[in-house]
Design a protein around this ligand. Structure first.
Ligand code: ATP
Length: 242
């Protein structure tokens, strides 16, 4: 639903050397782009900088051409960006249903009520059947896979235009990964959601993405159609470690 443009972005931690040094990348409207790279390549740093959790030292982040760089994280979320951070963040004291309602209360900054919230939550139960079965279970009783589904559903229920995901497959069984990424691909196709998916699980990520971008030491070393990247053993060997 929106094009995300990263324009010569420079980001570092504290006073350290920049992790990303003038990085540029475009994620077009409705595309699902995989952001690949070994441990420490800079994927998390990039995602955090996009939502304003890390300050950029230079460069711009644009959504449909509008510069978000000066905006707070809250305002960027209001404009339609959403981040699902690494680690399946859900409110563990609340039930599945409560977590989803919390996500559904806001849609691009506009408060929603009653029926609209119920409809949005019901839609998530259709997408993620295990969550429907466990709707009254507290967050802390969920399995890793259920928690990650809930983290993703909670982000989707707020109907973002651009969804940023940090390693959603980490520690999950292959079947659960396939289901999660399948939902993402279907959402991108059905609703025009724009997705930037950071993953170390290269094979899974490339199986759902149209394009793959490989980061190494904070630089884009490849930006190609997913099928082409998947079929390039030299590149995989050089940058992705297998
Ligand atoms: P991973 O898959 O391990 O999360 P990544 O590709 O997401 O890897 P980043 O976490 O963005 O990589 O790390 C990029 C670089 O920034 C690494 O050299 C890392 O050591 C450094 N770094 C990350 N977080 C911090 C921090 N809070 N303070 C200082 N340096 C950091």
């Amino acid at each position: 639903m929106s094009t995300l443009t990263i324009d010569r972005l420079t980001v570092g931690h504290g006073d350290g050397a920049p992790v990303l040094d003038g990085l540029s990348l475009e994620v077009p409207d409705g595309a699902l782009v995989a952001l690949l790279g070994a441990n420490g390549a800079g994927k998390t740093t990039l995602l955090r900088a996009l939502v304003g959790l890390l300050p950029a030292r230079a460069g711009r982040v644009l959504l449909d051409g509008a510069d978000l760089s000066a905006l707070s994280t809250e305002d960027r979320v209001r404009r339609g960006l959403a981040l699902v951070p690494e680690g399946r963040s859900v409110v563990v004291e609340l039930t599945v249903a409560e977590n989803l309602r919390l996500g559904a209360l806001r849609q691009a900054g506009r408060p929603r009520r009653g029926p609209a919230v119920d409809a949005a939550v019901a839609e998530m139960y259709e997408l993620f059947e295990p969550l429907a079965r466990r709707r009254d279970a507290a967050g802390h009783t969920l399995s890793g896979g259920e928690r990650q589904m809930l983290a993703l559903a909670r982000a989707l229920v707020s109907r973002p235009d651009v969804l940023l995901l940090d390693e959603p497959s980490l520690g999950l069984a292959p079947l659960v990964v396939a289901r999660l990424l399948g939902v993402l691909r279907d959402q991108a196709e059905a609703t025009g959601l724009t997705v930037l998916l950071a993953e170390q699980n290269v094979t899974s990520a490339l199986s759902v993405a149209e394009r793959g971008v490989v980061l190494s030491l904070g630089e884009v070393v490849a930006d190609r159609p997913a099928a082409e990247l998947a079929a390039d053993p030299a590149l995989r060997h050089a940058y992705l470690g297998f």
